[in-house]
Design a protein around this ligand. Structure first.
Ligand code: PLP
Length: 369
C-alpha cells in the first residue's frame, strides 16, 4: 500500500518566529494558565474577529459542549433528561451529552442540507427534554429561525454544536455563532482555526458567561470561596499563543483553502451531489464533502484515491443512532444513507495541484461507474 502522501486534513502551522514571539512573552511573565494575558487577549481578538460577544475560551470542543450544557440545563428535573440532536455528526456531539447524563434523542436530517430536520423535532420532545443540540454540519447553517421558534415555544435551551462553523456569517454580516443560547466551537488541530487543542463557547447572555467562567475553574470564585460544582476546562497560555499566531495568518490559511475548494467545485459540481448550502450563510472552506449515489461508488472512489496516496475520509460514519449512546425516536434513514455515501475530500491550505487533479478525476470516474 502506498504511504499517505496527502492526508485528509493537515494542521496549519504558523510561522515559527511569530509563534515564538508569543511564547517569549509567556517566559517573561511566567504565567502559564488560569486566564493569563494571552487567553484574555485572544478572547477579545476572537470576539472582534468573529463579531460576537460573551466568548469563553476552553480546553477543547467536547468540554465546550459539556460546560454549555451544565450552564444552561442545570435546573433540576425529575428522572432522566434528554436532548434532541442529530445522528449525522462527530461522536463528541452525543458523547458530551451522554457524559453529562443527558440522553441523546436522534431525529433524522434533511437530505439536501444534511442538518437536523426541524419538522421532526417537535414529536421527539417530551417532559424530560432539556435542550435542542443541532449541529451546523460541515459549517452549513441549520434552519436557525425554526429551531429558535421551537426552543422558545417549548421552553428549551438551544445549544449549537458549531465546531465546523468558525467565521461563518449569516444573513449578511452577522455571525452564525450568535444564534442559540450558546454555540460551542472546537479549536482542535485539524479544524479550520485551531489552538492545538482548544475550544470556545459563545453565549447569548452575559450571566451565562459569568456562570460558565466559574464552572471551567472548579467552581472557584475567590481565594476562599467555591460556589458550585465545577471542572477544569481552562485554556493554557501556550495554546492561546498558537491561536494568536494562527489568527495573524488567517487570511493565508483561508485563501489557500478557498483555492482548493473552488478547484474541486469547478471540477465536480456538475458530476456529483454536494451539500445544499443555506442561501443566507457564507462559506468558510472548512470541508468539501461529496455524496455518491451508493456505497459501492463511494468505496471505489476512496480506494482509487488511496492508491495514489490520497486520503478521503468517511465523515460522518457511523450514523450515531447505530451506537449505544442514545435513543432514536424516528427513522434515521437519511443519516444512515449519508454515512454510507459521503466522503470528505482532502482540504487544507496547500493541497498540491497534482492531488487536486487526481481527486477530481477519480471522483468523477467513480460517480460515473
Ligand atoms: C471536532 C468536533 C467536536 C469535538 O471537538 P474537540 O475539540 O476535538 O473536543 C465536537 N463536535 C464536532 C461536530 C466536531 O467536529
Amino acid at each position: 500500500m502506498k504511504p499517505v502522501l496527502v492526508p485528509n486534513a493537515r494542521p496549519y502551522l504558523p510561522d515559527r518566529t511569530v509563534f515564538e514571539r508569543y511564547v517569549d512573552g509567556i517566559y517573561e511573565r511566567r504565567w502559564l494558565t488560569n486566564n493569563g494575558t494571552l487567553v484574555q487577549d485572544l478572547t477579545r481578538r476572537l470576539e472582534q474577529f468573529l463579531g460576537v460577544s460573551n466568548l469563553l475560551l476552553v480546553a477543547n470542543g467536547t468540554l465546550a459542549l459539556q460546560v454549555a450544557l451544565r450552564t444552561l440545563c442545570a435546573r433540576p428535573t425529575v428522572g432522566s433528561r434528554n436532548a434532541v440532536t442529530t445522528p449525522f455528526t462527530f461522536v463528541a456531539t452525543s458523547s458530551a451529552l451522554a457524559w453529562e447524563g443527558v440522553t441523546p434523542r436522534f431525529v433524522d436530517i434533511d437530505e439536501s442540507t444534511w442538518c437536523v430536520r426541524p419538522d421532526m423535532i417537535e414529536n421527539a420532545i417530551d417532559e424530560s427534554t432539556v435542550a435542542l443540540v443541532p449541529v451546523h454540519v460541515f459549517g452549513n447553517a441549520c434552519d436557525v429561525a425554526q429551531l429558535e421558534t421551537i426552543a422558545r415555544r417549548r421552553g428549551l435551551s438551544l445549544i449549537y454544536d458549531a465546531a465546523h462553523a468558525f467565521a461563518v456569517e449569516f444573513g449578511g454580516g452577522r455571525s452564525l455563532l450568535g444564534f442559540g443560547d450558546a454555540a460551542a466551537l472546537s479549536f482542535h488541530a485539524t479544524k479550520l482555526f485551531h489552538t492545538v487543542e482548544g475550544g470556545a463557547i459563545v453565549f447569548r447572555r452575559s450571566e451565562d458567561l459569568d456562570r460558565a467562567r466559574k464552572i471551567i475553574n472548579f467552581g472557584i470564585t475567590g481565594p476562599s470561596s467555591i460556589e458550585e460544582l465545577g471542572i477544569n476546562a481552562k485554556m493554557s497560555e501556550f495554546h492561546a499563543a498558537m491561536g494568536h499566531a494562527l489568527l495573524d495568518e488567517y487570511a493565508l490559511n483561508r485563501d489557500g483553502r478557498r483555492r482548493v475548494w473552488e478547484a474541486y467545485e469547478r471540477g465536480l459540481s456538475s458530476d456529483i451531489r454536494m451539500q445544499a448550502w443555506h442561501p443566507q450563510a457564507s462559506q468558510n472552506y472548512a470541508y468539501f464533502p461529496v455524496q455518491f449515489a451508493n456505497a459501492s461508488q463511494r468505496h471505489t472512489a476512496q480506494q482509487a484515491m488511496r492508491s495514489h496516496g490520497i486520503e478521503a475520509r468517511r465523515y460522518f460514519y457511523p450514523s450515531l443512532d447505530t451506537l449505544p449512546l442514545g435513543e432514536s425516536v424516528s427513522e434515521t434513514e437519511t443519516s444512515r444513507r449519508l454515512a454510507d455515501t459521503v466522503l470528505c475530500l482532502p482540504l487544507f491550505h496547500d493541497v498540491p495541484g497534482w492531488a487536486i487533479e487526481t481527486v477530481i478525476r477519480e471522483v468523477r470516474r467513480a460517480a460515473a461507474s
